[in-house]
Each structure stands twice: as structure tokens, then as C-alpha cells.
Design a binder for this molecule. Structure first.
Ligand code: IMP
Length: 420
């Protein structure tokens, strides 16, 4: 058996799906283990663009089965809409997606709580995707949440849903409750064949030839505990989350590939030490089409932050890095990489964890010469301009992890490996 994890190492949107797609040709299983439909994973192949929210990116390979682990939260209605839309685009999904029975449910209540929280918070508004992800996870932690397998027991479901509204001290009319239960019942009729036990499938159902690819969503700097709290998502977004989110122990993962962009982006609120507010930032946003694939929000842009990147590499115990969007930097005369932070007059190479500290750090930059050439058809490191090769070497050295994959364009074909 071989197992690889592809994990986002910054604030999400590192083009993980492209790397999953690149590595996924031989995967028997592609497995999501955290997050929900707050994710927006884009793959472009043969001139066609696909965006996945809850469905793992391996779905484009007809022989791959896509698994959704217990650590994921599922909005059943949105999930079925996504299935329908992908089928309409010509994909055959039959028997190719399975959801763990333990996965949590995102309910209409969670979406309205998410909207309300965003309105209520003033100074420390998070800027969530408003998909109900935070409230769904917090209800699961408070042990009042509902799970996929509850859909099989209508009486139990009704009792739990009533208790959930009571827990939140929200009155719901009998008619609305009935409508919500009916919608869940109808969703279950379609969803039932998708429901399985991902833990036993992965631990007992694989043999020595099975290839498993784990697909992270969001990025490690949005991890609930190790990210830039409170401006984070509500799931665990680290290598270790594979074990808790699938039942397949993290100890069994052979290869961890951390995905980084050649620059940084962030959507939503929160500290971002290398953020650019100038024409270079605007240029990168436009060239890189840096607008959220779930919400359409313009992404904030910054220089590559090697302090944050090496922190992320440490907490995820990376074997190698995949560096994406290198082509977007073509034509910028000088590039900066943040090599340290200055905080209260002192230099540090630690990623500071309090938002007030991280807001105040001043990045210390090293300047690199840019390149003018269009590199979108360079398919090996030595075909890149010398300045781009130098930029890659500097990142690998600063993050202290070798670069194994480079992406120079949106299409599956615009990707190459670097042998170590
Ligand atoms: P939530 O996950 O919707 O609760 O949002 C919490 C924070 O995570 C916000 O800053 C979102 O913009 C960010 N976030 C959630 N999902 C993604 C993603 O897939 N890519 C980038 N940022 C995300």
C-alpha cells in the first residue's frame, strides 16, 4: 500500500486540487478528511474547468473512488446539488463517492448562525465563507450535532433536531421543523447509497497495491489550533488531521507533500505580515485570477513568507513541497521573500501566534531579481530562466524542505517534477 498526503501549507487556495489531480492518476482512493463545502478546489484540464467543494478532486479519474472521511462536515442539500451539477457536466459519479457515516451534518440552522455571528462580531469579524462550517463543528464538539448516520433514523433525527434548536435557544415552528425534516428525509433517499464506513474500508479493505491520496482542504495557517487564531477555520488542517478525520492512522502516511504558492494569498480577515497594498499586489491578483472560488471575494496578496512557510513545514512534517503559480510572477522586476520578522525591535524567525503580535511584525525581506520570460511552457527546472531557478532554490533553502513539484500554469499539463 502507498499513501500520500497533499496538504495546503498557508492560508488556503494554494492550488492543492491541481497537485492532487497531478498525483492522482494512479490513486485507488482520493480522500477528504476535514473541512466542508467552504473549500473551492479548481482543476483545469483539456481547456475545461471544474470546481469542487465537498467532492474530492480525484473524481476526474474514472477508476478512482472518492472518500469523504468522518472529519468532514456535509451539507446534504449542497452536496447533492454539487453531484447533480457535475453529472450534468458529463462526469459519471455512480458508486464513485462514499461518505463516512460519522461525518457531521451542516444544517440550515448552522448557515444562519454563521451569518449572524459575522454580523455580530465587529472588531474581530472572521470573514467566513458563511457555509455554516464553524457552527456545525462547534455543535459536534458540544455533542449536540447531527451526523450522516442519524438520517437513517427519522424519530431520532427529529428528537436531535428539536434538541439542537433548544440548545441554541431558538424557537422553530412545527411547520418549519417538519419542512426541514422532510428535506433531510428526501436527501437521505438519494444519499443512502453513498454512506459507508471509511475507517474499515481504508484499514481493512486495502492491499499492498492500493494507492491512497489524502486531499487537504484550506491551509495549515487556518488550522483551528496552530493557525492564526481566531482568524481560522473550525477544522484541524494539519497532517495529524488525517488520522482523526478518516480513522487511517497518520503513522501510516508514506509521503507528505505541502503545497505553497510562489507568493502568498489570504481571503477573509486576520493578520497577513507580507500583504501588498500596491500596484504589484494588484498585478498579481489580476494575473493570478486571485478571486475566491467559493465566494468570489478578491484574495489579499503578499510576498512569499518563509517564516510562516517553514513553521507550516515543521508542524506538518513535510517530505517535500509543491510550488504553484510560479508563472504568475513573470514580468515583475524584483521579488521579495520574507526571511524573518521584526517584532518590538527584535528579529525573530518564529511565526508569532497572538493576532496582536502578528499584526505588528515587520517583515524583513531579501530581494531577488525577477524574470521577464513567459514560463508557462517550461516543463523542467533547467528550462526555467536562471532567476526563476534561483528563486526556487532560495525558497527550498529558507523553508528547509526540497521542492518536488512545480506548477507553471492552470492546466494539468503545466506541471513538472524535480527529482531529488
Ligand atoms: P469558514 O471556514 O467558512 O468558517 O471561514 C473561516 C476562515 O477560513 C475565513 O477567513 C475564510 O475565508 C477561510 N477559508 C475557509 N475555507 C477556505 C478555503 O477553502 N480557502 C481559503 N480560505 C478559506
Amino acid at each position: 500500500m502507498s499513501s500520500t498526503l497533499v496538504i495546503g501549507c498557508m492560508w488556503g487556495d494554494e492550488a492543492k486540487a491541481k497537485i492532487v489531480d497531478y498525483l492522482g492518476g494512479n490513486a485507488h482512493f482520493v480522500v477528504r478528511f476535514q473541512g466542508g463545502n467552504n473549500a473551492g478546489h479548481t482543476i483545469v484540464t483539456g481547456g475545461k474547468k471544474y470546481v469542487f467543494h465537498s467532492i474530492p478532486s480525484g473524481i476526474l479519474y474514472p477508476k478512482t473512488t472518492c472518500l469523504i472521511g468522518s472529519g468532514v462536515v456535509i451539507d446534504p442539500i449542497a452536496f447533492l446539488e454539487e453531484v447533480k451539477a457535475l453529472e450534468a457536466s458529463g462526469l459519471n459519479l455512480e458508486k464513485r463517492i462514499l461518505i463516512d457515516k460519522r461525518a457531521g451534518l451542516v444544517l440550515p440552522l448552522h448557515k444562519s448562525l454563521d451569518e449572524d455571528n459575522e454580523l455580530r462580531l465587529k472588531g474581530s469579524k472572521i470573514g467566513t465563507t458563511k457555509r455554516g462550517i464553524g457552527p456545525a463543528y462547534s455543535d459536534l464538539t458540544a455533542r449536540v450535532g447531527l451526523r450522516i448516520m442519524d438520517l437513517a433514523y427519522p424519530e431520532y433525527l427529529k428528537q436531535r433536531l428539536e434538541e439542537l434548536y433548544a440548545y441554541h435557544k431558538i424557537q422553530i415552528s412545527a411547520t418549519l421543523l417538519k419542512q426541514q425534516l422532510l428535506a433531510l428525509e428526501q436527501a437521505y433517499e438519494v444519499l443512502a447509497p453513498y454512506i459507508t464506513d471509511v475507517e474499515s474500508l481504508l484499514n481493512l479493505g486495502c492491499n499492498k497495491d492500493t494507492n491512497i491520496l489524502f486531499e487537504g482542504a484550506q491551509g495549515a495557517l487556518l488550522d483551528l489550533n496552530y493557525g492564526s487564531y481566531p482568524y481560522v477555520t473550525s477544522s484541524r488542517v494539519m497532517t495529524d488531521a488525517v488520522g482523526t478525520g478518516t480513522g487511517f492512522s497518520t503513522r501510516k502516511i508514506d509521503n507528505v507533500v505541502g503545497v505553497y504558492k510562489a507568493y502568498c494569498t489570504r481571503v477573509g480577515e486576520g493578520p497577513f505580515p507580507t500583504e501588498l497594498f500596491d500596484a504589484t499586489g494588484d498585478r498579481i491578483r489580476t494575473t493570478g485570477h486571485e478571486f475566491g472560488s467559493t465566494t468570489g471575494r478578491p484574495r489579499r496578496i503578499g510576498w512569499f513568507d518563509a517564516v510562516a512557510a517553514s513553521y507550516s513545514a515543521r508542524i506538518n512534517d513535510l517530505d517535500s513541497m509543491a510550488l504553484t503559480c510560479l508563472d504568475v510572477l513573470s514580468g515583475i522586476e524584483e521579488l521579495e521573500i520574507c526571511t524573518a520578522y521584526e517584532y518590538m525591535g527584535e528579529k525573530t524567525d518564529l511565526f508569532l501566534s497572538h493576532p496582536m503580535e502578528l499584526e505588528q511584525v515587520k517583515p524583513v525581506y531579501q530581494t531577488f531579481t525577477g524574470w521577464d520570460e513567459d514560463i508557462s511552457s517550461c516543463l523542467s527546472k533547467n528550462k526555467l530562466p536562471k532567476a526563476a531557478q534561483h528563486y526556487l532554490d532560495a525558497i527550498a533553502e529558507l523553508v528547509k524542505v526540497p521542492i518536488s513539484i512545480v506548477s507553471v500554469g492552470k492546466d494539468r499539463s503545466q506541471t513538472f517534477c524535480i527529482e531529488s
